[in-house]
Design a protein around this ligand. Structure first.
Ligand SMILES: Cc1ncc(COP(=O)(O)O)c(C=O)c1O
Length: 349
C-alpha cells in the first residue's frame, strides 16, 4: 500500500485533523474506552493481543455505534430534528443504540427493523421497547430495499408534525464513520502511552465489519495520522455487495467531509471475507470456539453475529503466524446483548 506517500504526512493533514477534532458532537460514550492486555488469551493463541474495550458502557449505550451516534445526532440536532428514524436487523445493536441515544437527548425514536415481530422480545429488542422507541417491522426485505421504506416513515412523521432525521443502517453515514477516525487517534494515544515504539511495533487492529462505518473511519484516522497499525476488517456477512469497494467509497466520503486530500481504492482496504460463514447472522463453529476461549480466559463476552466472527478471524490469523512481529489489537465492537437472545445464546453452550 502506498501509505505515507499517497496519503501525505501528518503535517499535510493538520487542517483536516483540526476539523475532525472540532466536529460537533454530543457526549454519549465514556471515552477513552480502556485498552487492555489480554494475558491469558494471548498465551492461549500464541500472539500478544490487546483489547480495545468499546463493549464497555451502560447496556443501552455500549458498542461501536455509540461513537458514530455522537456525531450523527449532533448533526440531527443542528438540523432541528426531534425524531430519530433508523433501521437494522431484528436484533440490531445500532437500532438499540439509536433508541438509547435518542432517549438521552430527549428525542423520539422510530425503529424500522427487518423481519417479523417475534413472539418474545429479548435482548436488544427488549431494550428497544424499554428505551421508549416505537418499533415497526418491515417484513422480509433486503437491506437495499430499506431506503424507500425509511422515507415513507419520515413522511408519516412529518405529517404528524414532527421533524424526523434518518440515520442509515449501522449509523454508517460519512459523518458517523468519522467517530472511528477519532477513535483511531484515541487508540494511537493509548499505544504511545504504553511505550515510545509501541504504536510502531503493533502490527494491526482487527475488528468486525458489516455496514462499514467502523472500518472506513479507522482507515481515515490512520491516513490522517500517517502512522500506526494497519486496519484489518473481518466481514460478518456481506451486508455490502462488494465490501472492499463499499468500504473504500465510504472512507472517501468520510475524508471528503473533512476536506482531506485522501483517496481510497478497494486495493487499500484489507477486509477478510472467509470468516462470515454462509450468511449474516449464521453461527460459525470457529466463532463459537473463539467466544468461549475469550470468555474463559479473560471474562470478556463476544457475540456470534459480530464480534465473535472478528475474534475468530484474529485467532485464525494468529495461528497462521500473522502477528509474530508484534502485538495486535482486537477492537471489541460490542454486541454481547445477542447472547441474551436464546437463538444465539443457546448455540454458545
Ligand atoms: C457488535 C457489532 N460489531 C461490529 C459491527 C460492524 O460495524 P460497522 O457497521 O461499522 O461495519 C456492528 C454493526 O452493527 C455491530 O453491531
Amino acid at each position: 500500500m502506498r501509505f505515507g506517500f499517497r496519503y501525505g504526512s501528518a503535517v499535510d493533514h493538520a487542517a483536516a485533523l483540526d476539523r475532525l477534532r472540532t466536529l460537533p458532537r454530543v457526549t454519549l460514550a465514556p471515552l477513552p474506552t480502556p485498552l487492555q492486555r489480554l494475558d491469558r488469551f494471548s498465551e492461549a493463541i500464541g500472539a500478544e493481543v490487546w483489547c480495545k474495550r468499546d463493549d464497555i458502557g451502560s447496556p443501552a449505550l455500549a458498542g461501536n455505534k455509540v461513537r458514530k451516534y455522537e456525531l450523527v445526532l449532533a448533526s440531527a440536532l443542528a438540523a432541528g430534528a426531534d425524531t430519530l428514524i433508523t433501521t437494522g436487523a431484528t436484533q440490531s445493536n445500532s437500532a438499540r443504540t439509536g433508541a438509547a441515544a435518542a432517549a438521552r437527548l430527549g428525542m423520539r425514536c422510530v425503529l424500522l427493523l427487518t423481519g417479523e415481530a417475534p413472539a418474545d422480545r429479548t435482548a436488544n429488542l427488549l431494550l428497544d421497547s424499554l428505551l421508549g422507541a416505537e418499533v415497526r417491522f418491515a417484513g422480509a426485505v433486503g437491506w437495499q430495499e430499506l431506503g424507500p421504506l425509511l422515507e415513507r416513515c419520515a413522511a408519516d412523521q412529518r405529517a404528524a408534525g414532527r421533524r424526523p432525521f434518518i440515520a442509515p443502517v449501522g449509523a454508517s453515514s460519512a459523518r458517523g464513520a468519522l467517530g472511528f477516525a477519532l477513535a483511531y487517534l484515541e487508540l494511537l494515544a493509548q499505544l504511545d502511552a504504553i511505550g515510545p515504539a509501541f504504536a510502531t511495533s503493533t502490527v494491526a487492529v482487527v475488528h468486525t465489519t458489516t455496514s462499514g462505518g467502523t472500518h472506513a473511519g479507522l482507515v481515515v484516522g490512520r491516513a490522517l495520522a500517517a502512522r500506526g497499525p494497519r486496519v484489518i476488517g473481518i466481514d460478518a456477512g456481506r451486508v455490502l455487495a462488494d465490501p472492499a469497494e463499499g468500504l473504500a467509497r465510504l472512507a472517501g466520503a468520510a475524508a471528503a467531509e473533512l476536506e482531506a486530500d485522501i483517496t481510497f481504492n478497494a486495493a487499500d482496504i484489507d477486509v477478510r471475507l472467509e470468516h462470515a460463514g454462509p450468511a449474516y447472522g449464521a453461527i460459525t463453529g470457529e466463532a463459537v470456539a473463539a467466544i468461549r476461549l475469550l470468555a474463559r480466559t479473560e471474562g470478556i463476552v463476544c457475540d456470534p453475529v459480530y464480534s465473535g466472527k472478528g475474534l475468530a478471524g484474529l485467532v485464525a490469523m494468529a495461528r497462521d503466524g500473522a502477528f509474530t512481529e508484534g502485538p495486535v489489537v482486537f477492537w471489541h465492537t460490542g454486541g454481547w446483548h445477542a447472547v441474551f437472545d436464546p437463538h444465539y445464546g443457546d448455540a454458545l453452550l
